[in-house]
Design a binder for this molecule. Structure first.
Ligand SMILES: *Cc1c(COP(=O)(O)O)cnc(C)c1O
Length: 473
């Protein structure tokens, strides 16, 4: 019998490993220090990508240091740098340093957060930080689970709402129901809710997309009449989703009013606060989320607003047993279930099974920044948003969205203005990243979100200058 364990690059000795760590740390440090000098976006031709990938030939192993060099060079030169201070884009923050370290530790210790018996610290730490974040939205939000992101959290919300309303759903699915269940979202809500409706068996046909009113948020009169029509037709409204911080416009819908309608109609009230939940971390903004404390469940993404690396989402709920009820299963190969209460096995209350320690980077970032550190960082981003509004106004643009959050939608009211072309020219300059979007009322506008806690007034001025240039070109 022969053993071939040594003839591979999986087992490294300590010296080799430390050299590779140094190489990695140097590459990360160089990136973090000078990302602002790189063009914000560089997109290669697909043929260039194909050629680059030829270097990864799995029949001829390459040296680890060469492989690391290849991937770091490729990521430096072939991606949109969301950590750039002039990336005014989607909700992808620059990850704070301890969050990056947390990711490395998560990978190295690799605790499996499926079972308490395997990772008691990780399980308890996620509960601790999840519960602390939940308390920002209301004392009731003591239960929840970390998710891969907002998409999984929204699916979890639909699954919990179905289970809560229809105990037979777990066994018989939707086939067992005598009335067709209906879910209400708005034209401003995120498309992950469409996927959620498909994935839980509702189908997108069971999703009522309520139009928005002049606030660019859900039109409540239309919500009421859609519910009444569905009831009259023998269907059953069971969940309504309010969005706190719409992806396109940053609008916070009227959560208090939606909560009232949900109560009156005996519907589950879910708030999608994937990004806009940041308002709960800034004392003077928290009242903007009025009504969120009445939610049955909340989606909140630390990887969008708390400057941690992807992926870290949270599903939070006021209902103590609903997650365990929705996801509980038993498996003989899993370690025996430990006692209820203090030693919960996360695999029985989450969609995922083997699960990475997503909460570590959040725990680390929150513990070194503290609530005040986050309040300061997010307040700063909000101030940069206000500065952007002022400067756009001075440059002759019209801001069209009314939100306290740092997301500005704007246009220039003249016939030659074209949002898509302006954005494209600005992005091609490499100096900023900004995108066009369409409002619920159909208007094309430019959209700029401040997601980086390092963005400064000089970056705002650079954005405005770039947009003025690109709009005229
Ligand atoms: C981004 C976003 C989501 C989806 O979250 P992911 O973390 O990307 O899965 C859901 N809802 C809203 C409002 C969002 O902005």
């Amino acid at each position: 019998m022969s053993f071939s364990i040594l003839s591979n690059n999986l087992r490294l000795d300590s010296e080799e490993r430390i050299d590779l760590w140094h190489q990695t740390v140097d590459a990360i440090e160089r990136y973090v220090v000078n990302v602002d000098e790189l063009p914000v976006q560089v997109l290669p031709e697909p043929s260039v990508l194909r050629e680059r990938l030829q270097a990864f030939d799995f029949s001829t192993p390459i040296e680890p240091s060469v492989a690391l060099q290849l991937v770091t060079d490729s990521m430096r030169s072939m991606q949109t740098h969301v950590s750039h201070r002039r990336y005014f884009g989607l909700f992808n923050p620059a990850p704070a340093s301890v969050g990056i370290l947390g990711e490395a530790l998560t990978a190295a210790f690799n605790p499996n957060v499926a079972a308490w018996s395997h990772s008691p610290f990780a399980v308890a730490a996620e509960e601790h930080v999840g519960c602390a974040i939940g308390s920002r939205f209301g004392e009731a939000f003591k239960w929840g689970t970390f998710t891969s992101g907002g998409g999984e959290a929204n699916l979890t919300a639909f699954l919990c709402a179905l289970t809560y309303r229809y105990p037979s759903y777990l066994k018989d699915g939707l086939r067992g129901l005598d009335r067709e269940p209906v879910a209400y979202v708005s034209a401003a809500s995120h498309h992950s809710l469409v996927k959620a409706a498909r994935s839980c068996g509702l189908g997108s046909g069971a999703l009522r997309v309520v139009p928005c009113d002049e606030t660019l948020g859900m039109d409540l009169a239309q919500l009421r009449s859609a519910i009444a029509q569905d009831r009259a037709a023998g269907r059953e409204p069971f969940v309504v989703v309010g969005t706190a911080g719409a992806t396109a416009t940053g609008i916070i819908e009227r959560l208090e009013d939606i909560a009232q309608i949900a109560t009156r109609e005996h519907m589950w009230f879910h708030v999608d606060a994937a990004w806009g939940g940041l308002a709960a971390f800034v004392p003077e903004l928290s009242s903007e989320l009025r009504g969120i404390a009445d939610a049955d469940s909340i989606t909140f993404d630390p990887h969008k607003s708390l400057s941690v690396p992807m992926g870290a989402g949270l599903f939070l709920t006021r209902h103590p047993n609903i997650l365990a009820h929705t996801f509980a299963v038993t498996e003989d190969y899993m370690p025996p279930k430990t006692d209820e209460g203090e030693r919960l096995d996360p695999y029985v209350h989450s969609l995922q099974w083997s699960r990475r320690f997503a909460g570590l980077k959040v725990l680390l970032s929150l513990s070194v920044a503290g609530w005040d550190g986050y309040a300061n960082a997010l307040r700063h981003q909000t101030e940069m948003g206000n500065l952007l509004r002022e400067q756009l106004h001075a440059a002759g643009f019209t801001v069209v969205n009314d939100t306290p959050l740092p997301l500005v939608c704007f246009l220039r009211e003249d016939a030659t203005f074209n949002a898509a072309e302006t954005a494209e020219r600005a992005v091609q300059s490499g100096r900023v990243w900004i995108s066009p979007t369409r409002l619920p009322d159909g208007r094309s506008v430019l959209r700029a979100a401040i997601t980086n806690y390092l963005t400064e007034p000089s970056d705002i001025a650079a954005l405005v200058a770039e947009v003025v240039n690109s709009a005229q070109a």
